[in-house]
Design a protein around this ligand. Structure first.
Ligand code: FAD
Length: 566
């Protein structure tokens, strides 16, 4: 079978689709072997993007079942969790990337370095654009049988003015630009022509956003300042350099366990990293940041200024242009932050089983809470009570919860959260809860449920899930008995719904790390650092990247970082 050449993708002389563009298709050879005919009949799986979600899918898909084509603006997979380490030269940029063609070649698929512009869901065509060095763009259509949208996210600007002066940390080029800027600022600070005021500004590093990306960048910067600055830039005194984190919430790492975020704050206070909490950036000017902060004593909001030499903007993720246009086109999509899918990861509003969305660009519409509500209503009717007038006390809730747990084992964690809310409610009120109040509590839980974290962990699990399901679908589809498939839902007939398993959160905080797993949290020095490193080391995509990372870590330990702007 492997002697048969993989059909190439080429432009067909035929044009078509709503924009009458050329259509790229698999070239059919004139050969007439049975194997060739079988190859040509395989469904076409088109994957948009080559990040965490797509790569997990590509690594698990059975190439015997599909013709796979990957379309992505960049031709490498980026190992994002260690990207902050590349901004100061702890790791080299090339150690964090893996050529996607290697991954695609293993499954005998195709790769097109191009941008997905839009999708015609009824004609099953993706509009793809290629930009030439002259700036001219050429658009064409690529047909699909199954489409997976995994285009990731972009930095959330929150509508703040002046972000053109900031650096971002999303892609490899961002890390390269930050590294160059850090070294440039240190070099300029050493020049005899630099005034004291300029020097202070050049050596002020400001990070907007106290989430894992901002915190890890601050930690890497801190390590570099302590380990290499005084040796390589003796003219700069350590206390002349300042690192500030502006965080809109009350704590940094606020999605982690409270004890861990406190641990990180204490560590940063000891390391003289200035953490400004309850502070909101209003505007970024060419040389200073304007932000408002609540005064702890008076409670008043005060506007402050902070001069900077480098400002990193890392305040969460927003939708890419492609994803937001797709959501608008579909109409049924209600979520403003991500493309909504059902629990089988099928994009809402598209024909069943054609289009899937995974990773940062997608959110799973999860109805566990409303299921629980329906179930409670049922129980109320069963026990002869009018659900709208029924009052639950905590003991009654517990017995109801145990029945729900049996029916929805996936809701265990959420039920535990509800237990806490009920307990609290029981203390605050006279011990009962009516259905309106219950509805409000469930709505609160539902909001929490739909916002699964935008992490590599989730994207990876979703990519793996889709590959496994597609492998099953390819086997089961044609021979499936009609009575096994309800409402034409083949996905549900062959495979379970997607269920996210949280494996914990990690963050590096400068010669220490915090690790949070299901209420089990570790914050510590060297042990946690090695735990942090080994987890990412084990997860990194190839032996090649593992070797490169190990070499970079050893090189840094022996010779220090390369402080050059190139
Ligand atoms: P991505 O990995 O972002 O991939 C999207 C792909 O789509 C890219 O290849 C992009 O080029 C391509 N693309 C975009 N638009 C188009 C288009 N129109 N046409 C074609 N291709 C397109 N998560 C963790 O779990 N743990 C961590 O420690 C962690 N640390 C992080 C540190 C940093 C600095 C950053 C930036 C992120 C970190 N994350 C971490 C988050 C994690 O990287 C993302 O959640 C993950 O990358 C999402 O995977 P994805 O496949 O959805 O998208």
């Amino acid at each position: 079978a492997h002697d048969i050449p993989i059909p190439e993708i080429a432009l067909n002389p035929r044009r078509g689709g709503p924009k009458n563009l050329p259509i790229a298709e698999y070239l059919v050879d004139d050969g007439d072997s049975e194997e060739q005919a079988r190859q040509m009949a395989k469904p076409k799986l088109v994957v948009l993007g080559c990040g965490w979600g797509s790569v997990a899918l590509l690594k698990n898909i059975n190439p015997e079942n599909y013709h796979v084509t990957v379309i992505s603006s960049n031709n490498y997979f980026l190992y994002t969790p260690l990207l902050p380490s590349a901004t100061v030269g702890t790791l080299e940029l090339r150690s964090l990337i893996e050529p996607v063609r290697k991954i695609v070649a293993r499954i005998k698929g195709h790769f097109l370095q191009a941008k997905a512009e839009s999708v015609d869901f009824s004609a099953k065509l993706v509009e793809v654009s290629q930009t030439l060095p002259s700036g001219e763009t050429r658009n064409f259509y690529l047909p699909y049988d199954k489409l997976v949208i995994a285009v990731g996210s972009q930095t959330n600007t929150h509508g703040v003015e002046g972000l053109k002066h900031c650096h971002f940390l999303k892609c490899i080029n961002d890390a390269r630009l930050i590294r160059r800027k850090v070294v440039d600022n240190l070099e300029r600070a050493c020049l005899p022509t630099t005034t004291d005021e300029e020097r202070k500004k050049l050596l002020s590093f400001v990070i907007c956003g106290g989430g894992p990306t901002g915190v890890e960048f601050a930690a890497e910067l801190f390590d570099m300042l302590n380990e290499d600055l005084t040796k390589l830039f003796p003219k700069i005194l350590r206390n002349e350099v300042s690192v500030h984190i502006i965080q809109s919430r009350g704590h940094i790492l606020n999605t982690y366990d409270e004890a861990l975020s406190r641990y990180a704050e204490e560590r940063f206070a000891r390391d003289q990293i200035d953490v400004l909490t309850n502070a909101r950036v209003k505007k970024v000017e060419a040389d200073k940041i304007l932000f408002s902060q609540k005064d702890e004593m008076s409670g008043k909001i005060i506007t402050k200024e902070l001069p900077y030499g480098l400002c990193l903007w890392a305040t969460g993720v927003g939708q890419t242009e492609f994803a937001s246009n797709t959501a608008k086109q579909l109409g049924v999509q209600k979520n403003k932050h991500a493309l909504e899918t059902d629990t089988h990861l099928r994009l809402l509003g598209t024909p069943l089983g054609d289009v899937y969305a995974i990773g940062d660009c997608a959110t799973v519409q999860n109805n566990i809470a409303s299921n629980i509500y329906t179930f409670l209503k049922q129980i109320a009717w069963e026990t002869g009570k009018d659900p709208e007038k029924c009052h639950l006390d905590f003991a009654m809730w517990r017995s109801v919860a145990s029945r729900i747990r049996k029916r929805f084992p996936q809701a265990t964690d959420h039920l535990r959260r509800l237990d806490k809310l009920f307990e609290q409610h029981d203390k605050d009120k006279s011990g009962t809860l009516d259905f309106q109040e219950l509805r409000e509590l469930l709505a609160h839980i539902d909001t929490k449920l739909t916002s699964l974290p935008a992490t590599a962990q989730r994207a990876h699990q979703q990519g793996q899930y889709l590959a496994r399901k597609f492998n099953k679908l390819a086997q089961a589809g044609p021979g499936m008995m009609a009575n096994e498939v309800y409402d034409g839902d083949l996905d549900a007939a062959v495979y379970k719904a997607f269920q996210y398993k949280h494996l914990g959160s990690l963050a590096y905080i400068g010669n220490a790390a915090v690790f949070d797993y299901n209420g089990w949290s570790v914050g510590g020095g060297l042990v946690a650092v090695y735990l942090w490193r080994s987890v990412y080391f084990a997860q990194s995509v190839s032996v090649r990247t593992r070797m490169l990372m190990a070499m970079d870590w050893s090189k840094r330990a022996l010779f220090g970082r390369d402080m050059m702007s190139f």
